[in-house]
Design a protein around this ligand. Structure first.
Ligand code: UFG
Length: 341
């Protein structure tokens, strides 16, 4: 089986992608120091796939340790998820983000070069588009106006990959721009593990519905949208995970060097209030909420044009917002109150 190094494979999107890789006949090799995950995710993952998985508990920014992994595993490709991703924290600690997110991609590219591994799928984000009124956003929409240091690390990483691929004709890179990944594995065995008070909407909704948080604050109802709250493109993490398998297959078919970019969203925008009310209707539970002020840095609306990923990668979403919100609630019930800080 073709070995794929999955950095950040114990994370939210990484763990779901490992499941899909195995189902598609790839052998994922996880590289993750669990700084933003827990043993229970690895155990859950192994339970879903009914086997043990190779796991290297190292920092993928550690060149010596990463070299040893490549030497031992001899992978044919890499999916690079490992990165810090909290927007607010990146404003408070920008150097941590520049050092970790940019540094680890740099180290990875060097190690790949040494081992002649040429195929890479990179996790990028719709945040590279910044605030735009050209909706839906296509891959050709302007980038670079990212509102946070986190977002800007994605802009820089994308540029680093384009430059590296222009200079190395054998490098084959795919950059995937995720919109808002939500949901959990339908088994309820793996899902997102927010650390502390969740920053993101859906984990906050599930914790408020479970009584762990008193109430959700909807950040603003005076935006120029159909109900005044912000619009986002919420995509089920399992649909997102499947796109990584298609990206690897697409790379393998390329005869010429490539460095290409794809949007991964549903193509449909939903408001915050629609997400809250759909959650309530799908799960038969109430979400206590209040309307609060706008959150600094939020864009009014963001949703994807997915024509390219569907035409080129053959990718289509199969799951709905309702599916994602039911799966997120099931996962919240698995988690219980134990993991809450
Ligand atoms: N929201 C609330 N209350 C909350 C949390 C969020 O109303 O408690 C609202 C936000 O204001 C926003 C929407 O819910 O309108 C979604 O917010 P999230 O924090 O869940 O997600 P973002 O759209 O802010 O995040 C996305 C991507 C990130 C990326 C970021 C950059 O998921 O990866 O955009 O802005 F970094």
């Amino acid at each position: 089986m073709e070995k794929v190094i999955v950095t950040g494979g114990a994370g939210f999107i990484g763990s779901h992608t490992c499941v899909e890789l195995l189902e598609a006949g790839f052998e994922p090799v996880i590289v993750d120091d669990l700084r933003n995950s827990e043993e229970r995710v690895l155990k859950g993952l192994e339970k879903i796939v009914s086997r043990e998985l190779p796991i290297h508990r190292i920092d993928c920014g550690d060149a010596v340790a990463l070299n040893k992994v490549f030497e031992a595993e001899k992978p044919s490709s890499v999916i690079h998820f490992a990165a810090d991703k909290a927007v607010g924290e990146s404003v408070r600690e920008p150097l941590k983000y520049y050092s970790n997110n940019i540094g680890s991609l740099f180290t990875l590219l060097r190690v790949m070069e040494q081992h002649r591994v040429k195929d890479l799928v990179f996790s990028s984000s719709c945040t590279v588009y910044g605030d735009t009124d050209q909706l839906p956003v296509t891959e050709n929409s302007p980038t670079g106006a990212a509102a946070s240091p986190y977002g800007y690390t994605k802009v820089v990483c994308e540029r680093m990959l384009r430059d590296a691929s222009a200079a190395d004709p054998l490098l084959r890179a795919v950059l995937l721009r995720y919109f808002n990944p939500i949901g959990a594995h339908p088994s309820g065995i793996i899902g997102e593990l927010p650390i502390g008070v969740p920053n993101n909407l859906i984990p906050f909704i599930t914790q408020a519905a479970a009584g762990i948080r008193e109430k959700l604050t909807v950040f603003g109802d005076d935006y120029p949208t159909r109900d005044g709250s912000c619009i986002r493109d919420y995509i089920h993490v399992v649909d997102l995970a499947k796109a990584h398998v298609l990206a690897l297959r697409w790379i393998a078919k390329q005869k010429a060097p490539v460095c290409d970019v794809f949007n991964l969203g549903t193509g449909t925008g939903n408001t915050v209030l629609e997400a809250v009310h759909t959650f309530e209707a799908e799960n038969g539970v109430k979400v206590p909420y209040v309307i609060g002020p706008r959150r600094a840095g939020d864009v009014v609306a963001m949703y994807a044009d997915t024509t390219k990923s569907s035409e080129v990668l053959g990718w289509r979403t199969e799951l709905t917002l309702g599916d994602a919100l039911r799966d997120a609630w099931r996962w919240q019930q698995t988690l219980g109150k134990a993991a809450v800080q």
